[in-house]
Every structure is written in structure tokens, then in C-alpha cells.
Design a protein around this ligand. Structure first.
Ligand code: EPU
Length: 428
């Protein structure tokens, strides 16, 4: 397992360009299964999760070829419809193949993705939506077996106890594109990644309306054709880097982002006393000159503050002027990073889905362990402002979702060194 050695206390300055979005790329890659032929995607981030999905797609008859940041997916065979444990257990987003396989090939066998470090993550809403479309669904031996000769359009309510479901909406919307007749998804997720998938499907010939609203309407078509598409910017990577700049009281120009997707993040940073200047739709400047102010916020489905930056916000709160609170309405158990931030001197009390963070003037470097993807980014941000050296173990989590993160930070003046782990030698 690789680790990062971060020397704290350096201000970030300069310019950075945001990569393509992981959470848009994954369902779009899975949706390539809906057509036969070659789909080409541009600005695909080079990430472990993207490689994991490429390997799963390979099992399903899809050959992936890279050319720089472009990924071509050639659907060559359609006999194997089984997504096995070894792939799905590595990455929950593998569940995104369920809807496309079912709709295009008439059946799908996908292992249940199981729990993960950010809490219980059921897929009941995915299955409810696909059943409503007429699929026969059976869960046994840890697998979902889904089949349907022809899906039929219908009205589906996809809301759950924690709001809408992002990948659930992706699965049901993808499946409905090839269903007979019209489908309406109520309480659909409005996240930009769902919109990106919908627009990709439209470019394949799908008929979809209402993207970005809780009511998505789909008119089924007989077939979809392969297309060429560009992955939108990663709003979570952008937000994570914006927080890193804010924490170090730096000044950085961001290029290749979509400001409309970052409204809640910009509002939070403004509340904390950070100056955010929009230069265009795709460019902004973060300018942070003073100690951050405390805030009370909650993460919610889009357009609310994303749960995927809750940990990074907590890192900022750790050095704010007073006591802040942060509540996670989407993943109420996503607090594994609390204990690690405490090792760096943060003063946090967690109660259920809420953390109370008493800001301290300085954090101090220590050994910490990344517990999940976004927690890793939070620890890097904390390490950038901690006194002395912070060693972050478990960087494989970060590699799943941040493209060249340490390179980007070092270009801005940070000191983040990767220590590549040596395979342990076994005693004879
Ligand atoms: N939920 C259910 N039933 C379901 C599905 C979800 O109760 O069938 C609940 C979840 O347990 C959670 C809430 O609904 O409490 C929202 O979960 P959602 O289904 O929206 O999450 P997801 O689709 O599995 C995606 C992102 C996550 C991100 C969430 C929320 C991808 C590949 N993953 O997950 O990203 O946190 O939406 O925005 O798009 C990450 O990138 O680090 C990450 C975890």
C-alpha cells in the first residue's frame, strides 16, 4: 500500500486544470453495453476505478483501448452477462452494468456489491425500478439474477429514506431507453453525473426529457447506436482542490470546471471567508487570506452540498475560528475520517449523523490512515496545513478517484511525496 509524506505549511498558488469526472465516466462506460460497436469517450480520467470497470467490461465482451485521455469501448461479444465477485467487490459502481445488460441482452447476473467503508449501501431502489420495468429479479447466493424478454415502460417512484439514488437512477434510466413505451422516473437524482449519462444516452439515440429535475421521462426506442462523447469535469475533484487552496490561504486559478455544478461549494467557501471569483463558466479563482470562519452545514443530494466533500469540509472546519457542525443526510455513517483527523490534533465530537468540530489554530503532523476515497483527500488537506510531517497510509483509496492528485498539488507548491510500497518478503 502506497503512502504520502506531506510537509505542511506551504501555501498553494498558481493554476490547475480539473480532470474528467469519475462518477460521470463510470455509468457512461457501463452504458456502452447498450449498443453494439465502438463508443469513444474523451477526457476520461486515468483512475483505478476506471481500470476496474474496464476489466469488468472486458469480461462482458467489451475491448477497451486507450489513446491519451480517450477511451474506446468496442462491444465485440454479447454471450457473457455475469459480473462476478472479483470485479464488483472492488468497486460498487460496477452495479451500473445491471440496467444496460438487462435491457440489451435480456438478462444479467451481478453479484451484490455489499457494504463499504462509508456505510450501508443497499441496492433495493435499483431492483425496485428494474422490477417495475417488468424484469424478473431473484437474489440468491449473493447474486442478483435479472431477466426480461422485453422491458415495458411505466411510472416509477425512486425515492428512498435518504433521498434519491444516483447510480439507481442511472441504472433505471439506462434500462428504460430500450423499453417498450414511456417511462417516468419520479424522485430521480438530479446530480450532474446523471445529467451527463442522460445526454450521452441521447447522443446514442435515446429519447429522454427532464434531465436535472426529479422527474425524468423516457420514451423507449428499438436500438441505440455507438457515439463519441466527452466526460464533463469532476466537480468533486474541483471542490477538493478548492478546499486545499482555502486551507493553505493560497490563491489558485482553476480551469476546466463547471461553475454551475459548484454553487453549494462556492457558497460554503464564501461563508467561511474565502474569496471565490468566477472568471467564466469554466474558470474561477480561489483567494484565501484569513483564518477560516466556522459554519454549520449539511450534505444533501444535489444541488445541496455533496456528501463526497463532507470529509474535506471537516478538515477545513478543524482549523476554523470557532465551533462548526456538519451533518451528513446522504450517508449518515460516513465518519471514519473523524478518528484520523483527531490524530492530527482536530477536536471533533461525533453524534450520530452530525460532527461538532471545534477549530484549533494549528494541526500537527502525524501518521494517519486513509479509510476511503474522500477521507484520503481530507487527510491530504489536513496534512497540507499541519505543522511538520504527515504520513498518510492507504493511498490506494485516493488512487481510485483522484487523477495525479499529488502531481497537481506539487505543481501548486505543496510537498507531497509518494512512497511506493515494496511487496513484503515472505519467510521461506
Ligand atoms: N440508497 C438506498 N437504496 C438504494 C440506493 C441507495 O437506500 O437502492 C441510499 C444509500 O444508502 C444512501 C443514499 O440512498 O444513503 C444515496 O445513495 P446513492 O445510491 O445516491 O449512492 P450511489 O449511487 O451508490 C453515488 C456516488 C457516490 C456518492 C453518492 C451520493 C458513483 C459511482 N458513486 O453513489 O460517490 O457519494 O452517489 O452522491 O457515482 C465517491 O465518489 O466517493 C462516492 C462514494
Amino acid at each position: 500500500m502506497d503512502s504520502f509524506v506531506v510537509q505542511g505549511g506551504r501555501q498553494l498558488t498558481g493554476e490547475v486544470s480539473v480532470s474528467g469526472s469519475k462518477n460521470a465516466a463510470l455509468p457512461i462506460m457501463a452504458a456502452s453495453l447498450l449498443s453494439t460497436g465502438t463508443t469513444t469517450l474523451h477526457r476520461v480520467p486515468h483512475l483505478v476505478d476506471v481500470n476496474t470497470l474496464s476489466r469488468l467490461l472486458h469480461e462482458l465482451g467489451v475491448r477497451a483501448t486507450w489513446c491519451g485521455q480517450s477511451l474506446s469501448l468496442h462491444v465485440e461479444r454479447e454471450e457473457n452477462n455475469c459480473a462476478p465477485y472479483e470485479h464488483v467487490s472492488r468497486m460498487r459502481a460496477s452495479i451500473c452494468v445491471l440496467g444496460p445488460l438487462l435491457a440489451k441482452r435480456g438478462n444479467a447476473v451481478v453479484v451484490l456489491p455489499g457494504g463499504c467503508n462509508i456505510g450501508h449501501r443497499p441496492i433495493d431502489l435499483h431492483l425496485k425500478g428494474l422490477s417495475a420495468l417488468g424484469a424478473e429479479i431473484d437474489v440468491r447466493h449473493g447474486y442478483v439474477f435479472a431477466k426480461a424478454e422485453k422491458l415495458r415502460g411505466t411510472q416509477i417512484y425512486l425515492g428512498g429514506p435518504f433521498g434519491s439514488t444516483v447510480t439507481g437512477t442511472c441504472n433505471v434510466m439506462s434500462a428504460a431507453t430500450l423499453a417498450q413505451g414511456a417511462t417516468t422516473i419520479e424522485s430521480a437524482a438530479c446530480e450532474p453525473e446523471v445529467v451527463a449519462l442522460g445526454e450521452f444516452l441521447i447522443s446514442m439515440g435515446a429519447k429522454i426529457g427532464g434531465l436535472g429535475t426529479p422527474k425524468i421521462e423516457i420514451e423507449g426506442v428499438d436500438e441505440l447506436t455507438p457515439t463519441t462523447w466527452t466526460i464533463p469535469p469532476d466537480r468533486i475533484e474541483a471542490a477538493s482542490l478548492m478546499m486545499a487552496v482555502a486551507a493553505t490561504r493560497g490563491r489558485v486559478t482553476f480551469a476546466n470546471l463547471d461553475i454551475d455544478h459548484l454553487t453549494a461549494v462556492v457558497d460554503l467557501l464564501n461563508q467561511m471567508g474565502v474569496n471565490v471569483v468566477a472568471r467564466s463558466q469554466s474558470e474561477l479563482i480561489i483567494d484565501s487570506t484569513q483564518r477560516l470562519r466556522s459554519v454549520d452545514v449539511a450534505s444533501r443530494p444535489y444541488p445541496g452540498l455533496p456528501t463526497d466533500i463532507q470529509a474535506q469540509v471537516m478538515a477545513l472546519m478543524s482549523i476554523a475560528s470557532d465551533t462548526s457542525t456538519i451533518r451528513d443526510f446522504v450517508f449518515p455513517d460516513r465518519f471514519m475520517h473523524v478518528a484520523e483527523l483527531e490524530r492530527l490534533g482536530a477536536r471533533i465530537r461525533q453524534n450520530g449523523d452530525t460532527a461538532f468540530v471545534a477549530g484549533v489554530p494549528k494541526l500537527s503532523g502525524a501518521h494517519v490512515t486513509a479509510t476511503d476515497l474522500r477521507a484520503s483527500a481530507a487527510l491530504v488537506i489536513a496534512g497540507l496545513v499541519a505543522e511538520g510531517e504527515t504520513i498518510i497510509h492507504g493511498i490506494e483509496h485516493l488512487d481510485r478517484g483522484y487523477e495525479r492528485f499529488e502531481y497537481k498539488l506539487n505543481q501548486l507548491g505543496a510537498s507531497v511525496q509518494r512512497v511506493v510500497s515494496q511487496p513484503e518478503k515472505r519467510a521461506a
